[in-house]
Write a protein that binds this ligand. Sequence first.
Ligand code: HEM
Length: 422
Amino acid sequence: MRPEIAWAEAMKFENRPDPYRFFDELRRTPVARVADDLYVVTGYRELQTLAHDPRVSSDIFRSPLPAKMGASGESSSEAEPMKAQGRPPTMFILSDPPDHDRARRQAMRHFGPPHTPDLIPSMGPDIERLCDELLDKAGGKTQIDLVDEYAYRVPLTVICKIMGVPLDDEQALHDWIFHAVAGVDFSPEAATEDGKTRAAKGMESRSALRKYFLELTEDYLRKPGENLLSRLVNDDGPDGPMDPTEAAANAILLFIAGHDSTVNTISHCVLTLLRYPGSIELLRRRPDLIPRTVEEVLRLQSAVQFFPSRSATADIEVGGTVIPEGSAIFLMYGAANRDPRRFPDPNKFDPERPDNEHFGWGSGIHVCFGGPLARLEVNIALEVFLRRVENPRLVVDPPPYRRSPVFRGPQHLVIDYDRIGD
Ligand code: HEM
């Protein structure tokens, strides 16, 4: 199969439950050109090299992609005026040093050590209580949609609290994020009428998110509160307070990244355990294997399959291919995580896999900012599920998937069980 065909198949929505057979095809050329100005990297070693190469930029204003997506349906109006006006402040995931490092430091100051070492560890009891309450609600019945009734509620509630986002606004935020994410499409379906409608709706929703978070940031400037967003714009640490427009852009990043991939990872953990007979019993006997299980599920079912921001600032030779300057580069974490040159028997779920340095959290300077929080949430959610849900069974396999090729996870995950224990 030619790389461009394998790429198109991997990106199609109908193949979201299993894009991996197409990634295997793509990996025959570990660094492959799949369209004009677009190279995808599916080999572990090649991805590792590029993730740490300073000639690979995450600056979205350097990427050829926004203009390209204009040609295939998504309006480029979000990127083009920015290019014309110079660069407005943006999310640090879409920027390079020194801006990236400074903004990441400013946000980390209010999230983790050394300035805020106790925030995440102190959330453990709240997370466990929340998981218990959610399962209590499922007590009077024998079926649950694990996504809507459990996996989504836990990280959403936690990130709202950390960031100072009112939980009452959750439904509007959920809808905007749903459309914002579904509007990004790299498959041939982007050029269809439906694809164009989704792209337009995505743009509208991104605007609504920007407006919402700018207003919230301004509220906290006027009336400071005890939360990350407020501290970001008011606290005068070594890097000073963050400019409000930049803080609002990063609030969108932290809010979405701060729950969406965690939802998908909790759901994929339960899905994987239910697919492998005996693994639920194994983890009940050996709860010490839960942290390793979470990492193995991230390797197998990476919640962030790739992040479409990167481009080459010079001609870069890697894996026998020269990526020309100016090309977009997708580091395909999900594909490299199943590279048989790196992981023996890569499609097998092995909660005791000894050497598991996967890319589920990314690699290099953009490596996940929220890993310690996500791990705490997923570990507790899984531990409580295993302890209380008796005889869980999958009702639909594969479950329906969310549309996004980037943030991959089930839309719903219906599970039958005998009862919810104490
Ligand atoms: C299981 C859940 C999660 C997974 C699988 C995950 C995965 C990732 C990955 C793969 C990246 C790298 C993106 C790139 O290459 O450009 C990333 C970056 C990031 N993540 Fe996470 N993430 C998770 C949870 C979280 C949480 C809970 C937060 C925040 C509280 C968070 C905040 C971020 C931020 C801000 C970045 C950008 C870092 C930078 O550009 O320096 N993530 N995440």
